[in-house]
Design a binder for this molecule. Sequence first.
Ligand code: BES
Ligand code: ZN
Ligand code: ZN
Length: 496
Amino acid sequence: MNFTVTQEKIGAVRADCEIVIVINKQLDHKWVHDKKDLETLNFKGTLDEVAFLPHQHRVYTGVDSLERDEVRIAVSNALHAIAKTNYKSVKIASYVKDCPVTNTKAIVEGSKLGTYRFDRYKSEKEPFSIEEMIISLEEYAEKTLNLDPAKIAVKDAETIAEVTNHAKEIVNTPPDDMTPEALAKYAVELANDLDNVSYFIGDQNFLEEQNMGAFLAVSRASTHAPRLIHLTYKPENAKERFVFVGKGLTYDSGGLSLKPSEHMVSMKADKSGAAAAISILEGAARLKVPFEVHAIIGACENMIGGNAYKPDDVLVAKNGKTIEVRNTDAEGRLVLADCLCYATELKPDYLVDLATLTGACVVAVGEYTTGVMGHSSPLKHAIMSAATKSGELTGSLPFNRYLKKLLKSNIADLSNISSSRYGGAITAALFLDNFVEEPYKEKWIHLDIAGPAYVEKDWGYNQAGASGAGVRMCLYWMKDLAYKASQKNHPHKKEK
Ligand code: BES
Ligand code: ZN
Ligand code: ZN
């Protein structure tokens, strides 16, 4: 779908169909032309209500307020209602309040995220005829004729939604088609397509040279060799260095601590952290953020076999710490342990890991919310407020000294599982903490995306399946920081 912004009044814009947002039951709003029909349909004008009036070529979609995630949901709902028509173009007013950018972005993001389909494996694809969306900025244009900020906003929003959809595509791809080697190939092709992006792919020998005993143990029983994928985006005069580390279990059967069948289904999604890190890097490069950005992926499969690693094994991680394996299904933290050691060697200013790490996180905050953990409150706060703007849900889970003690092992430096059944999302993060060197502890954030990365039913503008969790929050966060940095260079400009 193409997006254009215009200063023409919505009534004057030519399109096959119009989307009208009804704000909190305001059926007397100037853009509501069909009040009687809406009343007949008992359409009130609240969130998640849609009324398509084919004869009028209008689709009404409700919101409780113009809060940006409601706008995303409403636009996505409206497009679903007209998805089976043969309309080629659709128009919508931007509902600008004081800022031309916020809702315009939300409209574009809601459209692109909401119309994503994973239909690669379907013999018959559902058609979607809409090719163009025209956004009228008439209320904004009354004040100024400069549409440039809105045009830039549209481009940025398109990029953010597109790379989020790319993350969904990686995650949704079945495990036999998205093996560690295939993921590495994807990353190499992506790097070749982007400016200022380079790559390094580490194979089994490299992992051995690096003494990544934990990562290697997890991958040992798979017929697919592991890969450490390292992408770097380095623009000229880059400011800070961001390192994103992603859990890339292309399949998690649980290993010898085998998962029960019903929990194994959907474990192709255990590569969601990897998909997010790669897509964040793609977004950073395409948005041209003024930072150096790295994506480090630990890609492998957790399988069973005669050579599988076992409960009772003791592994040696890259930093020399010994780990008693008490459950082979707590494998993500083992892979991440070695990847975090590798990542800290890059001396990051910000270190973020993304992982579908624990079922306990889903129990704690529910399936739509990312668990945010770390030692630095300001950093957690910054990411969480960017997440809210981006439309992602987060909840902070607190560390404490007592939970840390639960990872003690009688025979090694630490155990890969906690001795208590409570607080599993936090104890998993505290395990990772052992692999983040002292100067980087305050720079580190752990995002447990086990819930929102893959939900088997539609929610808002997200389809059943992968959602690209983590991508939008991290890109909004970097954009926020880039904006703040640019304001520092121009102190006469007021902060928005
Ligand atoms: N990949 C899973 C976590 C997961 C669970 C992700 C549900 C998405 C949805 C992880 O490797 C795992 O199996 N964790 C165990 C840890 C336990 C053995 C301490 C879990 O959460 O049960
Ligand atoms: Zn597992
Ligand atoms: Zn896992």
